[in-house]
Design a protein around this ligand. Structure first.
Ligand SMILES: O=C(O)CCC(=O)C(=O)O
Ligand SMILES: [Fe+2]
Length: 348
């Protein structure tokens, strides 16, 4: 088997404090990382235990998430995200609802999605009804969502200080931005429905917190899948489709997936992601020159996420909607991925 170094993605690290202060070298590193890899480690410069830190909020959300996920499936399904609303911004997504990491597999991740609007009260007539596990944490979650949105705005400003990006992500405007708390009950080659299939993200920036392995990014230079190693004190940030389109293709919407790590079974993998997305009526043009309102791209993309692998195959034959690549689903193949063979070989 290949050594760990050949399994691991080499991603740049950017210091958040340096971006806030406008340090030219940090800005340049961020721009290069987002245009080449679409991924970066963001060193938040906070101690993980500090009260008031982002990590403190993330820990609390993980705790609430674990409490919620431990309730019965019947109880969880009372908050079915697909039943609560058309935009899939609030509620529970059970495992095995989306396409999976290989043709005959479904996804192996359950999630609870907390909408920024509704919790931060942007244009929301009624407060949303959260499950008991999250209810007592409403103020903390609001604070965390505000912190994460501010971090996203610092990154967007660093990418383009003319304001063309920040003006599409104003904190008081309605958007599909949300926080997802995710649980992979068993990330293992021995589990039938496991992980999360290859995809690019819908929105602008994803700010991800996870202490366990399993996330892989497709290295655009070598076309090989590489694991993103968790790094203490850092969030992992990636560019999504909306930001790629808003930047006229200058930034890369990176292809990623969550798959078993060779030689280990990971039980109860927890991750938490802030999906920062453009204001609802923002518009952009996709690869084929078609103009979209951000909400319509969001809806279209979720239709593809929810499809079976068979339907995804049909969709990706005629468009690049799921992975950004025509006719490419990025399926995982156990032994081959363990030795780090190239994707073109995997797909032949
Ligand atoms: O759980 C992870 O590490 C990544 C999750 C992800 O890519 C997503 O939910 O879009
Ligand atoms: Fe993702």
């Amino acid at each position: 088997m290949a050594g760990h170094e050949t399994l691991t993605a080499t991603l740049s690290t950017v210091a958040y404090g340096g971006l806030v202060q406008g340090h030219a070298d940090e800005l340049a590193t961020l721009r290069r990382a987002f245009s080449e890899d679409g991924f970066v480690y963001l060193d938040l410069g906070e101690q993980e235990g500090d009260p008031g830190s982002v990590f403190h909020g993330i820990e609390a959300v993980f705790t609430s998430g674990a409490e919620f996920f431990s309730t019965s499936l019947d109880e969880k399904m009372r908050y079915d995200v697909d039943a609560i609303g058309p935009y899939k911004l609030h509620g529970y997504k059970p495992a095995e609802r989306n396409g999976g990491i290989a043709e005959n597999k479904k996804d192996g991740v359950e999630a609870y999605v907390l909408p920024r609007d509704g919790i931060c009260d942007n244009d929301t007539p009624e407060k949303i009804h959260l499950p008991p596990a999250f209810q007592g944490q409403r103020a903390l979650i609001k604070h965390l969502l505000d912190q994460l949105h501010s971090i996203g705005l610092v990154l967007l400003k660093a990418l383009d200080n003319t304001g063309s990006l920040t003006s599409r992500h104003r904190p008081d405007k309605t958007s599909t931005s949300c926080l997802g708390v995710l649980r992979y009950p068993s990330l293992s080659a021995r589990t039938m429905h496991t992980g999360q299939g290859a995809h690019t993200d819908v929105g602008s920036l994803t700010i991800l917190f996870c202490r366990e392995r399993g996330l892989q990014v497709l290295d655009p230079r070598t076309e090989q899948w590489r694991y993103v190693e968790p790094r203490a004190g850092c969030a992992v940030i990636n560019v999504g489709d909306s930001l790629r389109f808003l930047s006229g293709g200058a930034l890369r919407s990176s292809l990623h997936r969550v798959v078993p790590y060779p030689g280990v079974d990971i039980q109860d993998r927890a991750s938490c992601a802030y999906f920062m997305r453009p204001e609802l009526d923002s518009e952009f043009v996709d690869d084929s020159g078609r103009r979209w309102a951000s909400l319509h791209w969001h809806m279209r993309k979720y239709r593809v996420y929810r499809s079976s692998a068979h339907e995804q195959k049909r969709d990706t034959a005629s468009s690049t909607i799921l992975t950004g690549k025509p006719s490419f689903l990025g399926f995982w193949e156990e032994e081959r991925s363990a030795v780090g063979r190239s994707v073109s070989e995997d797909r032949s």
